[in-house]
Design a protein around this ligand. Structure first.
Ligand code: HEM
Length: 209
């Protein structure tokens, strides 16, 4: 669970680094997107690993939730709610479900059309009307206030999920308590900066088209 979390947090960082280019330089965003979308190592090597990582993380999350629920029924485990755990840690399954719902919407928006264009229609040119199409496609998605609202809400859930998940993943991998304070600080910064950065991108394109 922790390993897949690390992998997804690293993916999220690179996803953000590419998407933020769309704010500063549409041309650079187009070029990087075209490289990522057509490079065989990324398409046939890393992409399947990423999809496996996403599915694995969700499936393991549900299994862990069921195990925890069962353990609560036994006498040796007592959850004192707010007294010995944070709201975020007790509700990882709900923030996780909200993110899963977002991923489904997000795949319908971006990933399935990409798969369709490249793997079904066989068009790897990345062109539309003689220009690289990625920036224009992204702009179009953020025209609808309802979709932008759904994305923003999902990114708030992502913050809640990461606020607990970041330090939890390091603890699962054996980080010592001496490092706990530093990790908590880095975790807090990551959990706020990355999702709110995504919120900024969505709102930027909504207000600037
Ligand atoms: C403003 C925010 C975001 C924008 C504009 C955006 C944009 C995109 C685009 C354009 C693609 C298609 C890439 C391709 O296949 O060519 C994509 C794929 C994907 N996005 Fe996002 N994304 C955003 C936020 C997120 C977040 C927060 C997550 C995770 C919680 C996420 C997870 C994914 C995944 C798993 C894929 C499929 C990966 C792949 O390309 O193989 N995205 N996104």
């Amino acid at each position: 669970m922790a390993l897949s979390a690390f992998f997804l947090m690293f993916f999220l960082l690179q996803h953000f680094a590419i998407n933020i280019l769309s704010v500063f330089s549409p041309d650079l965003f187009n070029e990087v997107s075209h490289f990522m979308g057509t490079n065989p190592l990324i398409q046939f090597g890393l992409q399947p690993v990423l999809i496996f990582g996403v599915v694995f993380h969700f499936v393991m999350g549900f299994i862990l939730e069921i195990k925890n629920k069962k353990a609560q029924g036994t006498s040796y485990f007592k959850n004192h709610g707010a007294a010995n755990s944070s709201w975020m840690s007790r509700n990882m399954i709900y923030s996780g479900i909200a993110i899963l719902a977002f991923i489904i919407l997000h795949f319908v928006d971006f990933w399935f059309p990409e798969i369709n264009t490249k793997f079904i229609q066989g068009d790897w040119s990345g062109l539309h009307n003689g220009e690289l199409r990625y920036f224009h496609e992204l702009q179009e998605k953020f025209l609808s206030p309802v979709r932008v609202g759904a994305y923003v809400l999902a990114f708030v859930f992502l913050t809640l999920h990461l606020l607990h998940g970041f330090t939890s993943a390091f603890q699962s991998m054996g980080a010592t308590s001496a490092r706990k304070k530093t990790l908590q600080k880095i975790g807090k910064a990551y959990s706020i900066i990355i999702p709110f950065g995504f919120i900024f991108i969505a709102l930027y394109h909504y207000f600037n088209h």
